[in-house]
Design a protein around this ligand. Structure first.
Ligand SMILES: [Zn+2]
Length: 252
């Protein structure tokens, strides 16, 4: 069948319009057409209140960017930022949008972490130290985010902290103490006082934010973060660290 040019043009134009209508339908209108718009000035933007640090567990930033634009074995994934190991900072998702980086997990009893957080991926294969330029770039970004969104400066956690049974990132090489010296995240003092006799370290883990329903996994995540070790049995040193963390002044 051979259409005259004008009819073909009409069909192409009509088809294009359909596509426009379809794509418009994927984003709900900001104002609900069911209601009469009667604007109030008393509101502000929804803001993130937690930052989650990841490592890409890939060999380079280019491969990580490709995955963060598409999907990995578990499905479609993203993060707000990726920092290459040379310190170059990429933004993939707007700060006020919900990136897909946290997955199933919880922190301080909140399970929809993607809705309340900014996700930062660090280009690192998981078994190597982090580059100085990358950490400097991260500190600069954390300062910017915490300032612009008023995120408490101690509300910086690792992916494994919120999903201890599923994730191990960032690895024991991640310099949490260095980050705390720059004013971000939590750390403990040099001379640790002994915890009192009645101190409950498991409750202290929960208070810190960990989901302790799989206690060995939570202890392993805590050990990786605060002691750089990969063991899952608590000892006296954990009690001292947890007691000290509970009684240190939040830097936020
Ligand atoms: Zn992760």
């Amino acid at each position: 069948m051979h259409y005259p040019y004008s009819m073909l043009h009409h069909r192409l134009k009509y088809g294009f319009c359909c596509l426009l209508v379809l794509s418009a339908c994927t984003t709900p209108p900001a104002k609900n057409p069911l209601a009469q718009w009667s604007p109030s000035p008393n509101f502000d933007a929804r803001k993130p209140r937690l930052v989650v640090i990841h490592q890409t567990e890939m060999e380079n930033a280019e491969d990580a960017l490709r995955v963060l634009h598409t999907q990995n074995r578990q499905g479609r994934v993203s993060a707000h930022y990726l920092i290459a190991n040379n310190g170059k900072l990429y933004q993939l998702v707007e700060d006020n949008q919900r990136a897909w980086h946290a997955g199933v997990g919880s922190w301080q009893g909140i399970s929809d972490i993607n809705s309340i957080s900014i996700g930062i991926e660090l280009d690192n294969n998981g078994s190597e130290p982090f580059e100085e330029r990358q950490i400097l770039s991260l500190i600069r970004l954390l300062d910017d985010l915490c300032t612009r969104f008023n995120i408490p400066r101690n509300a910086i956690i690792g992916h494994a902290d919120l999903a201890p049974a599923r994730k191990v990132d960032p690895s024991r090489y991640f310099p949490w103490q260095r980050l705390a010296q720059a004013g971000f995240g939590q750390w403990y003092g040099e001379n640790l006082a002994d915890a009192p006799e009645n101190f409950d370290p498991v409750q202290a883990l929960k208070t810190l934010g960990y989901d302790t329903s799989d206690l060995p996994a939570a202890v392993r995540a805590f050990h990786r973060h605060y002691r750089g070790i990969e063991t899952d049995v608590m000892d006296k040193e954990d009690g001292k660290i947890l007691f000290n963390l509970q009684h240190s002044t939040p830097s936020g």
